[in-house]
Design a binder for this molecule. Sequence first.
Ligand code: HEC
Length: 136
Amino acid sequence: MYKATLLTLTFAATLLGDDGYALYQKHCASCHIESLSKTETKKRFASLKAPPMIEVANRLKENIIIADEDEDVKRRVVIAFIKEYVQNPDLLYSMCHPMAIEKFGQMPSLKGKLTPQELEAVAAWVYDHYEGKQFE
Ligand code: HEC
């Protein structure tokens, strides 16, 4: 009985929400390392394919400033930006450091590779996972 309940719960969770971290691992991790200190990033810069995801998350949060005091409004706007960027990357809209852009060039589009629900889940993961974590 207990086992059956657990199974049902796991199944319901899978149906309800996509796992943002699993999606990150599948679609982003080959280029964006999850987390790296600034010193390590400098040391390993030559071998990186893209800015570490912690830097992406922090830069977006620093640069996107919302007048509304409701933190959730900012969260929605950053998530919307990430979803849009993943499908239509454009250096004109990139907030990456100019040095990073010069080295990495523009991110290739992942259009069609993730469903709208998966895009939402992975973008929300990028926002939530790094809350309170500094890139230093
Ligand atoms: C093939 C390599 C590659 C993959 C896979 C990839 N990215 Fe990127 N991404 C890059 C590079 C390179 C940049 C930096 C240049 C740029 O901004 O276009 C970048 C930049 C970004 C930016 C813009 C950051 C800013 O400050 O403007 C976001 C957001 C982003 N990636 C999210 C993702 C997410 C989420 C995934 C997975 C769903 C992903 N990327 C998968 C290479 C990749």
